[in-house]
Design a protein around this ligand. Structure first.
Ligand code: NAD
Length: 282
């Protein structure tokens, strides 16, 4: 629990700040927080040029504000911040959270190598949990693909196709990359994560990571579809995961946030959180 929190040992709701609060994910987070009495919206940060800036969220008297401003609230304490915004927000966000020792759950994708390094550095001061996908099902799929690749020891190839809404900025998606990494890590059998620099771009929305081909499609309002086609000697496997709504990720991120708010500074993954809970808790 961070130094500014009043959470330990009492029944006060968890005071949550949301960064990226006006976006698709941000709105799903605000709705989910509003529904649960154990959670309380305490800040709603958006881009400095977001048209909603300084308007009311309609929840708990909180206004949309810039990172670090908690307009409309008379109590500036935050127990945890959940960020689904943009890589551009990262520098200001980490500076603010390290200053006040507030844990961070971050789902923003498209982070650069420097951005990921900045998360590692911040984790020396605050608890940080980054995940490219907060679906428990996708987490299980990563685990399965990793084992599949290990069992078939290099005698396979795979294709991952991901489809997201037209406005999505990064490609391939963070989830597609995580699925590819799970396969390639199994492929090399040495527990080394493949260097993201080895992601080879072969066409505008087509990539290759070792034996895995990745294709990205952008259309309409698709929340997120990932199709994995795996081919081994004499057999073929096709798996498709569809995210029907951003609520799925909001729920996973808020569960992880409640857990992270009680951890010591450090770098955490969804694995660390999920290993501490039973399936019934999820
Ligand atoms: P969106 O474009 O709908 O919303 C972006 C939000 O970020 C807005 O509120 C905007 O004001 C804010 N923002 C942008 N720049 C900012 C800055 N410099 N400072 C502060 N706030 C800033 O985006 P979205 O669909 O909600 O997705 C947001 C991010 O979450 C993306 O990176 C997306 O890939 C990722 N995402 C991750 C998961 C997951 O499970 N990890 C799931 C869905 C989306």
């Amino acid at each position: 629990m961070n130094a500014l929190s009043g959470q330990v040992g009492d029944a006060l709701p968890l005071r949550i700040g949301v960064c990226g609060a006006s976006g698709r994910m941000g709105q799903a987070l605000l709705k989910a927080i509003d529904k649960q009495s154990q959670w309380m919206l305490a800040a709603a940060w958006v881009s400095p040029d977001d048209p909603v800036l300084q308007t009311a969220t309609g929840i708990n008297g909180v206004y949309y504000s810039r990172i670090g401003d908690n307009q409309g609230t008379d109590d500036f304490r935050l127990d945890v911040v959940v960020d689904f915004s943009s890589p551009q927000a990262l520098e200001a966000l980490l500076a603010e959270l390290q200053k006040h020792r507030v844990p961070l759950v971050i789902g923003t994708t498209g982070l650069s190598a420097e951005g990921k390094k900045a998360l590692q550095t911040a984790a020396e001061t605050i608890p940080v949990l980054w995940a490219p996908n907060f679906s428990l099902t996708v987490w299980l799929l990563q685990d399965f693909l990793n084992r599949l690749a290990r069992i078939h020891a290099g005698r396979w190839q795979a294709r991952i196709r991901e489809t997201h809404r037209a406005g999505k900025k990064d490609a391939p998606s963070g989830t597609a990359l995580a699925l590819a990494e799970a396969l390639v890590t199994g492929h090399t059998q040495d527990n080394m994560k493949p260097d993201p620099a080895t992601l080879e771009q072969i066409a505008p929305l087509a990539f290759r990571l070792g034996p895995v081909a990745l294709e990205s499609f952008r259309r309409g309002q698709v929340a997120g579809v990932h199709e994995v086609e795996w081919r081994g000697p004499g057999e073929r496997l096709q798996i498709c995961h569809t995210a029907d709504s951003p609520e799925l990720f909001a729920h996973g991120a808020l569960q992880a946030a409640a857990w992270l708010a009680q951890q010591r500074p450090g770098s955490y993954s969804l694995d660390n959180y999920l290993q501490t809970i039973s399936i019934d808790d999820a």
